[in-house]
Every structure is written in structure tokens, then in C-alpha cells.
Ligand binder design. Structure first.
Ligand code: 0X9
Ligand code: ZN
Length: 428
């Protein structure tokens, strides 16, 4: 009797505290050809129950997920479009089958395994935030003389914004920085595994005396942050797979979340490249750098900038782009833009030769759309990063599942990016 009551009581507590998971069962996703008239298409959709998958109508397409009851009404509109997903909910369910991670620090493993790198089977499925943290701890353990785990600061809800710092023969903190961020947009799950794969390959190459890799690792200090928006990422796994922003409320609104890729303190005040409405997916905040995550990351950027930032990459999905600054103005470029474009083209060419995937290169404003307060704009315009890129990973916009990249394509995506990264290092 007592046990039953206790179970009932805790079940009741859970139901009041936990937010109901948002269902996308039966949602059908489309990529709509917009031509020049994105606004007219938005107007036509205004009576339908849908979720926008692209924040802006990029120059030629606008991707949406239509609620099951409105699918026939959407199709009756006769818009030129292709189907991205027949049932988003079903794809989400499949993607959320996570394999267990067996940490090399697990005390039931023997000592020899305990100092080994994590197994590459890590990349066979997506994972929880807690397991991601273990994965980096294990990389650190396997490279303990040349790496450390750092916590740059805390998210709004108090989660660690953690990362790994590693270095080569010259010792810690002596070289220009190679600085990677991922998962500023919570639903872009492929970003963290790609960054982790880069870390794994660099450390593995160093430990196995691969001369190409030791030369790279000896040249830089590496700072890799897989979750610049951990609260959002956890929320995509507990509640709403399509969440993008952070989880910070604003007193002026019942809508939650700021787009941390519109909150960096560089050209933040300009209008047009972000929203001032807290309910929008690209809400910029009330002031530059007024989210706990961006405050943390601005300070952290300053702290690692002692020998300059050679390369900054912010990993996103999707669309397959390699984008250079700036986002805030389509006519303003960094002084070395031609060199950046040339290197980006070499990377894209290498990826295409390796896997056949096409990545489009170009300055972000003119290639995609205008953004104010984005991370690469700050890294280039304020921190002085020599190369400051956004990479939008798989899938391409016209095929695949948008934010759902099937787990069996994690490794494919990571491998082609790794080939591209080696080309990048050879070119800079
Ligand atoms: O809108 C964004 O923040 C990025 N696209 S996403 O679909 N992943 O949300 C693009 C950022 C590109 N960078 C700039 N235009 N500066
Ligand atoms: Zn993104």
C-alpha cells in the first residue's frame, strides 16, 4: 500500500513538473520553391498549422513541416515543392534510439582499455548530453599530457558549457587558436558529433605518430566546445525535437528563448538581420551579449586569444554550406576574403572528390541571408580570427530529413568533413 502511494505520488509530481513532449507524428515536411516571393508564400501558409524549418526564406526555398490535419489543404495550394519527410514524428522516433556508451573510465574495464581512445562506434547513433560529456572526458584521459577539459561558464539553466583544449609539442597555450563551436542551434544534432570526430582524429593521429597530423597539432592550440547551447540541446531530447534557441525567459513575453547566433556583440544594433520579437526563432535579445551563454563565450574567446585565433568554425545544419564573413552586410568583407574563399573552395572540392557531397561556398550574407550578431561575425570583426566560418552540414536542403540526419549518416558526414579539414589545414 505504501509503495503504491509513493509511486502514485511521484507520478503526479512528474506530470506537474515535466512539460509534455511535443508530438510531430504525422507531420509532413516540404521544401517549397520560393523564387523571389518568400513573403507571398508565407501569406498563403498563414492559415495552416505548420512549423518553419528554415528560419528565413533562403534565396530559393522555404522548408516547412505541416500538421497532419492540414496536409491536404497544403497540397491543394499547389505550391512548387518537394517532400522532405513523410512523417517527421516517425523519423524522430527512429533517430532517438541511442546506443549505450561504454566510457573508457568505466571501472569494470581493464587498465589497457581505460587509456585507449573511445571506440568509433560512438558515431553510430546520437547520444545524450551526459554521454557527450563522458566522451570528451575519455578523449582527455587518452591524451592526458596534452589536453584538459575546461568549463567556460554556465548556461541559463546552469549547465556547463564545457570543452576540450589540446596542444602539441610546444606545450599548452603557446600557439594560435583553432576554435570550434557546435550546437548553438539546439536541433542541429549532427554538429557536435562532427566536432567530436575532428577531436578524435587529431588526437588519434598524434598518438599514432601520423606525421601529417602531428604537424597540425604541433601548430595550434585547439579549443572545441560541442554545446554552446546545452539547455536547448537537452530540451530537444526531452520535450521538443525542433527547439532552436536557448531556454532563457524574458519578462516582456511568455515566449522563451534567444537565438544565440544573433546575440554576439558586433553590429548587433543593426536592423534586418535578426528579430526583436521574443516569439521568433531568430530573436536577438534585448541587448548584445545579454544571454548567459554569449556572455560566457565572449569572455572565453578573450581568454584564449593570447596568440591570435587562426581558425574559428561554428558547426550548424543543414544545407551544406561553407560560409565566410560577413553576415551583417552583403557588401562588407574581411580584408582577406579572397584567401578565405579560395580555401573554402579547396575544402568543398576535396569533399566532393571524397564523397560526392556538394557544399556551397561564399560570404554568408549574400550566399544565405543577412544575420546580425552571429558568432563568425564577432570572431572575425572583433576577435580578429583569420578564418571565421559557418559550416552547415548535411543534409542538403532538397533531400534528406532536414534536422533529422539519419544516424547511419553521422559517420559519413564526419568523415567528409575530416577530409575537408585536413585540406583546410594544408591551405592556411
Ligand atoms: O541562421 C543561422 O544562424 C544559420 N543558419 S541555420 O539554419 N543553421 O540557423 C546561418 C548563419 C550564417 N551566418 C551568417 N549569415 N552570418
Ligand atoms: Zn544553425
Amino acid at each position: 500500500m505504501q509503495l503504491t502511494l509513493a509511486v502514485l505520488f511521484s507520478a503526479a509530481l512528474t506530470s506537474v513538473t515535466a512539460e509534455q513532449r511535443v508530438s510531430y507524428d504525422g507531420y509532413k515536411a516540404y521544401s517549397i520553391v520560393t523564387g523571389d516571393d518568400g513573403q507571398a508564400i508565407r501569406d498563403k501558409l498563414s492559415d495552416l498549422d505548420f512549423v518553419a524549418l528554415t528560419v528565413h526564406e533562403a534565396s530559393d526555398h522555404f522548408d516547412v513541416a505541416i500538421a497532419p490535419d492540414d496536409v491536404s489543404e497544403f497540397e491543394a495550394l499547389g505550391l512548387e515543392s518537394s517532400v522532405i519527410s513523410d512523417d517527421l514524428g516517425a523519423e524522430f522516433a527512429e533517430e532517438s534510439i541511442f546506443e549505450d556508451y561504454y566510457s573508457t573510465s568505466d571501472s569494470s574495464l581493464d587498465k589497457r582499455q581505460a587509456s585507449a581512445l573511445p571506440a568509433l562506434s560512438w558515431f553510430n547513433s546520437y547520444h545524450t548530453y551526459a554521454d557527450h560529456r563522458l566522451f570528451f572526458n575519455d578523449l582527455n584521459a587518452a591524451f592526458s599530457q596534452n589536453s584538459e577539459i575546461f568549463v567556460a561558464g554556465k548556461s541559463y539553466q546552469g549547465r556547463d558549457i564545457y570543452g576540450i583544449h589540446f596542444w602539441g609539442a610546444g606545450g599548452k597555450g603557446k600557439k594560435p587558436a583553432v576554435y570550434f563551436h557546435a550546437t548553438v542551434h539546439a536541433r542541429e544534432w549532427i554538429a557536435a558529433p562532427v566536432e567530436e570526430y575532428h577531436a578524435w582524429q587529431l588526437i588519434n593521429g598524434y598518438l599514432t605518430n601520423d606525421t601529417q597530423i602531428t604537424a597540425i597539432v604541433d601548430s595550434y592550440d585547439f579549443y572545441f566546445i560541442p554545446f554552446s547551447n546545452p539547455d536547448g540541446f537537452v530540451y530537444t531530447q526531452t520535450t521538443n525535437r525542433l527547439w532552436r534557441k536557448n531556454r532563457q525567459p524574458r519578462s516582456s513575453s511568455s515566449c522563451i528563448g534567444t537565438d544565440n547566433n544573433r546575440n554576439w556583440p558586433f553590429q548587433w544594433s543593426l536592423s534586418g538581420g535578426a528579430s526583436t520579437n521574443p516569439c521568433d526563432e531568430d530573436y536577438k535579445g534585448l541587448a548584445a551579449s545579454d544571454t548567459p551563454e554569449i556572455t560566457t563565450l565572449v569572455n572565453y574567446t578573450k581568454s584564449i586569444n593570447t596568440n591570435g585565433i587562426k581558425l574559428f568554425i561554428d558547426f550548424h545544419s543543414y544545407g551544406q554550406y561553407i560560409l565566410q564573413p560577413y553576415g551583417y552586410n552583403c557588401g562588407i568583407y574581411p580584408a582577406n576574403i579572397n584567401k578565405q574563399l579560395s580555401v573554402a573552395n579547396q575544402v568543398a572540392t576535396r569533399i566532393f572528390a571524397y564523397s560526392g557531397a556538394r557544399y556551397t561556398t561564399g560570404a554568408s550574407c549574400s550566399t544565405l541571408y543577412a544575420t546580425t550578431g552571429s558568432a563568425p561575425d564577432y570572431q572575425s570583426g572583433v576577435a580578429g580570427a583569420e578564418y571565421a566560418w559557418t559550416i552547415e552540414l548535411r543534409p542538403s536542403s532538397s533531400s534528406g530529413g532536414g534536422f533529422v540526419l539519419p544516424a547511419n549518416l553521422i559517420l559519413t558526414t564526419a568523415r567528409e568533413q575530416w577530409e575537408g579539414l585536413k585540406t583546410l589545414f594544408a591551405a592556411i
